[in-house]
Design a protein around this ligand. Structure first.
Ligand code: FAD
Length: 379
């Protein structure tokens, strides 16, 4: 009988893992890829949607286009995970695995920030980004806040990108002078591992009159007084709040007993949990790297090498490198790039490529190469 690999979650991590296993092993292995949704969306597409540059339908990539030897995609919701038995129960079936990989990402807990759901907006979910698209036209003057409500959060540059793109949006509408923009972030600098990237972002904020409030997060929103209360008790008035909600592991993962300090604890180099043959990759896990698609992909490639070695008896696992590149939107069509490395040295390091129009082609290639590789779509 073929060995069974069950991958729960078809995001950056699950898609990269299933594509790599299929490329290397073809029909020689039985891969089940489970996701509750019918389509994948790049995280950065939510910025496109919130500022009205694309509709949700335009950025969704349907899973039905996946046609990979050995891979069966099932659209089901995972209801229980038994890591000891390597068994996953969904709303419709039970899947037994020889190797189980959990790639369920991070969920949002809007309720952890009182007032956020009633008196604010979040742009980290597709529904939230879509709602902002319809809320933004009504904002014509006053104070806008882009505020982080908890750490860790996905894609550390994304709040800075939202503040810069909001500036562009308000400029285009000719109302920038009537509005303030404040960015509230829990870190001391926008991208802590890369001082050069942080310096470039802080300079861009200053040029655009965006107030940057470092080392703070938003604790609650008062609907009645229209103020955001920060974690030191200080208050900022707002008319438009674009939030990054507190992130949590999906409920089904918390119930599995695999979490420690909120996230699945894994060996940072092998991504294996304390259960043999059970791995966790991407945002749901805590190997010591940021929550970002490129890190989920890197983890997937490492786990793929482990499974290929185990299934073929050839080679060995390539340790998870903990390094990746991110493109950073500066607005005005300018894109910067930051390359970060969390494991090679005694502390994380990062290098920066200055924002330019030329790097847009690189970012577009990043997206189109994944569409081609994971979904077989033409570029
Ligand atoms: C605004 C924004 C901008 C971003 N920009 C970038 C960027 O430029 N570069 C970058 O690298 N990263 C970026 N990211 C981060 C990136 O999107 C995530 O870090 C990445 O998607 C994580 O991959 P993952 O595989 O761990 O999880 P995900 O991609 O979130 O996939 C998890 C999957 O699990 C599924 N799932 C969850 N629960 C269940 C369940 N119970 N049953 C079935 N299925 C379930 C979900 O439907 C989802 O498809 C950005 C994120 C945001 C919000």
């Amino acid at each position: 009988m073929k060995k069974r690999v069950v991958i729960v979650g078809a995001g950056f991590g699950g898609l990269e893992l299933s594509a790599t296993l299929s490329e290397k092993l073809g029909d020689g292995v039985d891969i089940t890829l489970v996701d509750q949704n019918d389509s994948f969306v790049f995280g950065f597409s939510k910025l496109e949607v919130m500022f009205g540059r694309a509709t949700p339908a335009e950025v969704r990539i349907p899973y039905r286009t996946i046609a990979k030897p050995g891979v069966r995609f099932v659209q089901q919701t995972v209801a229980a995970i038994d890591p000891e038995a390597k068994r996953v129960t969904t709303d419709r079936a039970v899947f037994e695995a020889d190797y189980l990989v959990i790639a369920l990402g991070a969920d949002y807990d809007a309720g952890a920030t009182p007032g956020l759901a009633e008196a604010g907006n979040e742009y980290y979910s597709m529904s939230g980004a879509d709602r902002i698209r319809s809320v933004l036209p009504a904002f014509t003057r006053g104070n806008a806040i882009v505020g982080v409500c908890g750490a860790p959060f996905k894609c550390p540059p994304a709040p800075s990108e939202a503040a810069l793109l909001l500036h562009d949006h308000l400029m285009r509408r000719g109302i920038r002078e009537q509005c303030t923009i404040t960015l509230v972030m829990p870190f001391g600098s926008p991208v802590p591992p890369s001082p050069d990237t942080s310096r470039a972002l802080v300079a861009a904020f200053a040029e655009r009159n965006i107030a940057f409030v470092p080392s703070r997060q938003v604790r609650q929103l008062s609907a009645a007084r229209r103020v955001a209360v920060l974690d030191d008790g200080s208050e900022l008035p707002y008319d438009l709040f674009l939030g990054i909600p507190k992130h949590v592991a999906p409920q089904v993962v918390q119930a599995s007993g695999l979490t420690e300090n909120g996230w699945i604890s894994v060996h940072p180099r092998t991504l294996e949990t304390r259960y043999p043959g059970v791995y966790a990759i991407g945002d749901v896990s805590n190997p010591g790297t940021p929550k970002a698609g490129v890190f989920a992909e890197g983890a997937a490639r490492s786990v793929a090498s482990a499974l290929i070695a185990a299934l073929t008896g050839v080679g060995q696992q390539e340790p998870y490198a903990g390094a990746g590149s991110c493109y950073v939107e500066f607005g005005g069509g300018q894109i910067g790039r930051v390359d970060v490395d969390f494991f090679s040295g005694p502390k994380p390091t990062g290098s920066y490529q200055a924002a330019s129009a030329a790097l847009r082609a690189d970012k577009e290639h990043f997206a189109s190469s994944r569409r081609a590789r994971w979904f077989g779509m033409s570029r």
